[in-house]
Structures are given as structure tokens and as C-alpha cells.
Write a protein that binds this ligand. Structure first.
Ligand SMILES: [Zn+2]
Ligand SMILES: [Zn+2]
Length: 135
């Protein structure tokens, strides 16, 4: 059980989380790279009911993942910070680690899409590492 707060860069969107972490992963897929503008994304997954937006309203963008799922990305309409992602039909929401106010508790347990990782991205040996998305 963890409790934390977070928000976007400009401060218009704030959120609070209280619940069990379902999983905590680094994802090196193309979508995560484009979405975050970073070399890879670190995503924390929660039951969607554990994530509450406490200020502002996100905007969303819908796309199809390469596994064929319809996904929704949520971001701040003012500053563009990426905050959440979810898959239509699944009750989980993932949170981008960079939006968390104090993310010092975060320890990713896996790396996904390692075969697409940029050459300079360090993949820890103590995590579970998958070439693609594990089924
Ligand atoms: Zn913002
Ligand atoms: Zn990804």
C-alpha cells in the first residue's frame, strides 16, 4: 500500500494515489518513447479507482498499441505533461514516474521491450527483462 501525490509541470493538474502497486516497469517500446520524449518510460500501474485527479482536467489521446489494444494517454492541456495511460476494457491506470512529487520509493521490477531499448539505456540484471511485452 502506497500513498503519494503528483501532477503536471505547470501545476494545473494534481492527483492523489492510495492503493497497492499492481506493477512497476520500465518500458522501452516506441510508443512509450514518443509519448514521454524520454529514452524509456517508467510506469506504475494501479487499479483505476485508486487514482484520483484532485485539480484540473486532463485531455486524452487514443491510439492502438502494437499488441492491438486501444489505449488512452492522458496529459495536461496547458503544459503537455504526460500523466496517465490506460487500456480500454481494463480497470488499470498507469502513472508516469516523472509526474510523481516524490518518486524515491519507486523500484521497477521489470524492463519491457528490451529489444527496442536504445543502446545507451542501462538494463539492470536484477529485474525481469523481456524482449517484448510478456503475455
Ligand atoms: Zn500542466
Ligand atoms: Zn511501452
Amino acid at each position: 500500500m502506497v500513498q503519494f501525490s503528483g501532477g503536471c509541470m505547470c501545476g494545473a493538474i494534481r492527483y492523489a494515489v492510495s492503493g497497492e502497486i499492481v506493477r512497476m516497469v520500465n518500458c522501452h517500446c516506441d510508443d512509450c518513447r514518443k509519448n514521454t520524449g524520454a529514452a524509456f518510460a517508467t510506469n506504475l500501474f494501479f487499479d483505476e479507482k485508486d487514482v484520483k485527479v484532485t485539480a484540473g482536467e486532463t485531455r486524452s489521446f487514443e491510439h492502438t498499441s502494437d499488441a492491438g489494444n486501444r489505449k488512452i494517454k492522458e496529459f495536461c492541456p496547458t503544459c503537455g505533461s504526460q500523466l496517465f495511460s490506460s487500456t480500454i476494457g481494463r480497470p488499470l491506470k498507469s502513472i508516469k514516474v516523472g509526474s510523481i512529487d516524490d518518486a524515491s520509493f519507486v523500484k521497477p521490477t521489470a524492463n519491457l521491450y528490451c529489444k527496442r531499448a536504445l543502446p545507451f539505456s542501462h538494463i539492470a540484471e536484477e529485474t525481469k527483462n523481456f524482449d517484448e511485452m510478456p503475455t
